[in-house]
Design a binder for this molecule. Structure first.
Ligand SMILES: *Cc1c(COP(=O)(O)O)cnc(C)c1O
Length: 376
């Protein structure tokens, strides 16, 4: 049984869950990177190893959200993201494994190599891909697709919000906090003082915040923003926290009535750089250093920026003598074999530009070999 059902027995039998991964994910000490950063207790939570085909943080959310789709006898799911969305890909791969079809409604973003890989893998996983240039257009197209699919399939697709950050998906990270507590009790690391994690649609950070508080750990979550403030801010974090607690208490009223005010939320937003998915010098350097010292495969959009925040805080002496955990949210499963030889012209035309135009200049460091074959 997964920890959340043991810790919150009121949820059991009422909340659907379908496993997509083996748990716990490894918790490892980063000795060499810690030495570089001047930290004697630096650890990584290997959520890059969730999932068998494709991992990363979205899998823990999809285990709940896709279970609901199955329970409701849906045949399709529809979700949103930017063109290279890890979430849209995780949904496509996981839905495919569970016999569901997926529809991805995507929006334009700055070009990078991983967008090509993610799009080809989504295509390989049978996802129906659509792209629009702005949000109102995307919403109109979504309305049309929902109707078309209802007519075609006889049942509307389940709509999964961006990043699967709805209370049901966020339960995955409340569960992850209980999983971490057990690993701390087993002595894998001293109770963390700080936990560094990316903040996008906010379900990951919020789930960890709730879970750590309920589990009684002193760990402070350090959410490092990888999106513009207009997308996620303190109000959104507080609202999602409170909405998720209400959702939990509707199943189990014995749970504490914890609340988060927006003035209690601290977001680290100065590591974003110019925009979502726009790589930064510091982020790319953090990717290089983590790869060289620990063999971690971090990325320029999310985890590199989070690591650059951690390293900067360490440099400024904020983490001196502290126990620090880096939550690796990026997939590291190699899917290069699955996409080898797929012609990008098989994708809808709107996506061809990501293959035919240059990527951003900072996207040159290659951490693994799977980047090579994509460049024809
Ligand atoms: C989606 C994503 C995040 C952000 O998680 P949210 O729950 O959306 O805040 C962080 N890292 C990676 C690699 C992601 O794909």
């Amino acid at each position: 049984m997964i920890p959340i059902f043991r810790e919150m027995p009121g949820l059991k039998g009422k909340i659907p869950f379908t496993p997509l991964s083996d748990y716990p994910t490894p918790l490892e000490k980063m000795k060499k990177l810690g030495r570089e950063a001047g930290l004697s207790e630096l650890y990584v939570k290997r959520d890059d190893l969730t999932g068998k085909i494709y991992g990363g943080n979205k899998i823990r959310k999809l285990e709940f959200v896709l279970a609901k789709a199955l329970k409701d006898k849906r045949r399709e799911v529809l979700t949103y993201g930017f063109a290279g969305s890890n979430h849209a890909l995780a949904t496509a791969v996981s839905a495919n494994l569970l016999g569901l079809r997926s529809i991805s409604m995507l929006m334009d973003q700055i070009n990078a190599n991983y967008i090509r890989e993610n799009l080809l893998m989504s295509y390989h996983s049978g996802a129906e891909l659509h792209m629009k240039n702005d949000f109102p257009e995307l919403m109109r197209a979504t309305k049309t697709q929902k109707l078309l699919h209802l007519l075609k399939v006889g049942k509307a697709p389940q709509v999964i919000p961006p990043g699967a950050s709805e209370p049901l998906g966020t339960l995955g990270f409340i569960n992850a906090a209980f999983e971490l507590k057990k690993q701390v009790e087993e002595g894998l690391m001293p109770e963390p003082d700080f936990l560094y994690v990316g903040l996008g649609t906010c379900g990951t950070a919020v789930g960890l915040m709730i879970g750590l508080e309920v589990a009684g750990l002193k760990t402070k979550v350090m959410p490092v923003s990888v999106v513009l403030k207009s997308f996620t801010d303190e109000t959104k974090v507080a609202n999602h926290f409170n909405e998720t607690v209400r959702f939990l208490r509707s199943f189990d009223s014995s749970l504490p009535e914890i609340e988060l005010r927006k003035d209690q939320v601290e977001i680290y937003s100065e590591y974003l750089g110019g925009n979502y998915a726009q790589f930064t010098e510091e982020g790319v350097e953090a990717v290089r250093l983590a790869g060289k010292t620990e063999g971690l495969k971090l990325d320029g959009t999310y985890t590199g920026k989070v690591m650059s925040a951690l390293l900067d805080h360490a440099k400024k002496g904020k983490l001196k003598g502290k126990s620090v955990l880096f939550w690796n949210t990026k997939n590291s499963r190699d899917f290069s074999a699955a996409i080898r030889g797929i012609d990008h012209k098989k994708l809808p035309e709107a996506f061809h530009k990501y293959f035919e135009h240059n990527t951003q200049p900072l996207d040159s460091y290659r951490n693994g070999s799977y980047h090579k074959q994509i460049k024809n």
